[in-house]
Write a protein that binds this ligand. Structure first.
Ligand code: MN
Length: 187
């Protein structure tokens, strides 16, 4: 994780900053706004911003929703929404794991909120695509790139996923959902 944070994540930051340097009106924006407004970004740097800016936003999100092992389970409104939209916490966990395991190649698995219906949903994205490109606030993010597990688990993505559940920081995920319900912009 140290290598992942200090090298992989850092390179996305360096690349997006370099591309944005000649465009101060964009380089001063927070990364989430930049991705929400990707179509306003000059075409010549749009793909770099999508990939590397997405890489920065996704990793920043990922580090926030993991932590010390044993952070229990969702509580309050989030626990109720998971029961409502997936049937139970176990059913949610198994659907998320299946989606993450079956996603082909590099990418991400997310628990998101669909703003029009306010329902929870699962989605996977390819490469470093952010859920913000789809206008869907993210609650939980799991990195599916091999760099996130290969050193410890080699090709065994499902072993990584199983271990990853132990470090999900449910209080943070729960508060992200609370922010959505209160109409606050998701970072
Ligand atoms: Mn990564």
């Amino acid at each position: 994780m140290r290598l992942h944070h200090d090298k992989h994540h850092q390179s996305y930051i360096d690349n997006v900053n370099k591309a944005l340097e000649p465009y101060p009106q964009f380089s001063n924006m927070i990364i989430e706004d930049l991705l929400r407004r990707l179509n306003d970004v000059p075409e010549e740097i749009r793909t770099i911003v999508r990939n590397n800016g997405g890489g920065h936003a996704n990793h920043q999100f990922f580090w926030k929703v993991i932590g010390a092992p044993g952070q229990g389970q969702p509580t309050g409104a989030l626990a109720e929404a998971i029961d409502m939209d997936f049937g139970s916490f176990d059913a949610f966990q198994s659907k998320f794991t299946d989606a993450a395991a079956q996603h082909f190649g590099s990418g991400w698995a997310f628990l998101v909120v669909d703003p029009p219906t306010k329902k929870l949903d699962l989605m996977t994205t390819p490469n470093q695509d952010s859920v913000l490109l789809h206008g869907r606030p993210g609650l939980l993010a799991c990195d599916l790139w091999e760099h996130s597990f290969y050193l410890k688990y080699q090709n065994r993505r499902t072993d990584y996923l199983k271990a990853w559940w132990n470090v999900v920081n449910w209080p943070v995920v729960t508060s992200r959902y609370q922010h959505f319900l209160e109409g606050k912009q998701q970072l």
